[in-house]
Design a protein around this ligand. Structure first.
Ligand code: UDP
Length: 246
């Protein structure tokens, strides 16, 4: 699979359909496969923190969640065709496993969010096999118990929605202990499934302006969003120093 090295993070050059195909193949593989969907903020965090960068690069699939990452790939002359956001990939996978034996575990969000998400998901995918759920607020000493709960549910795929970088670190930490085949770190998607957060309207998504809509809805994100211009400038001036695979 072709990858583009964006400030040290090796992003897979896949679209939504190709990412979903890979995830379906992971069900037949050995061990847990991790799927992360970095946006510009996450890549900037990895650029600053080499341990986090290693966690991302150890994953089995890294897709470009955000138009900033797609533009960066173009600047680096290895263009990713389209944005492959975690939410869209998750929906594509759910369509494909609806009615199959594959079981889903929803992990994350505030108390009650996973239950609400499960209720809504069953309206859209009535034959979905939801094996269990757990909110995303826990103490360190509860983590082993959560792993045991997920394993006891016999889930094949886990949506881990703790926000970045917590979800990526958590999946990486427990990848040897989890019996599922796939763990996807898909942050705020759970709240979209629960109906407590909205996706940006198509106009904003199609014009690369989802960040603007999010800023309007959640102005407290302004600090984190300052990473967007920093990301663009860093890719422009330093991006070519990172070696691309042939
Ligand atoms: N979240 C959680 N545990 C935590 C922190 C956050 O379950 O310790 C949940 C939060 O309730 C929300 C989701 O993680 O449902 C995503 O949070 P955020 O929007 O900050 O992350 P992003 O999607 O922007 O990475």
């Amino acid at each position: 699979m072709d990858k583009v090295n964006i400030l040290g993070v090796n992003v897979d050059m896949v679209n939504i359909g190709e990412a979903a195909d890979m995830i379906l193949d992971f069900f037949d593989g050995e061990g847990l496969h991790s799927v992360f969907t970095p946006n510009s903020e996450i890549i900037m965090a990895a650029y600053r923190d080499s341990a986090f960068c290693d966690v991302l690069n150890r994953s089995d699939l890294l897709t470009a969640d955000g138009i900033g990452v797609v533009y960066a790939s173009k600047i680096l002359k290895k263009p990713i065709k389209e944005r492959a956001a975690g939410y869209d990939i998750a929906c594509r996978v759910l369509e494909r496993i609806n009615g199959s034996a594959h079981k889903l575990f929803l992990f994350g969000g505030k108390p009650g969010a996973a239950e609400k998400a499960a209720e809504n998901l069953l309206k859209t995918y009535p034959k979905l096999n939801i094996a269990g759920m757990r909110n995303g607020y826990f103490k360190k000493d509860e983590e082993e118990e959560i792993v045991a709960q997920i394993n006891a549910s016999d889930a094949d795929i886990i949506f881990v929605c703790l926000g970045a970088p917590k979800q990526e670190m958590w999946i990486d930490k427990y990848r040897e202990k989890l019996n599922a085949k796939v763990a996807m770190g898909i942050g705020g998607s759970l709240d979209v499934f629960a109906g407590t957060a909205e996706r940006a309207p198509d106009f904003f998504c199609n014009h690369g302006l989802e960040w603007l809509y999010r800023l309007y809805k959640e102005p407290q994100r302004i600090g984190r969003m300052m990473d967007l211009p920093k990301f663009a400038v860093t890719v422009f001036f330093k991006g070519k120093k990172f070696k691309q695979s042939e």
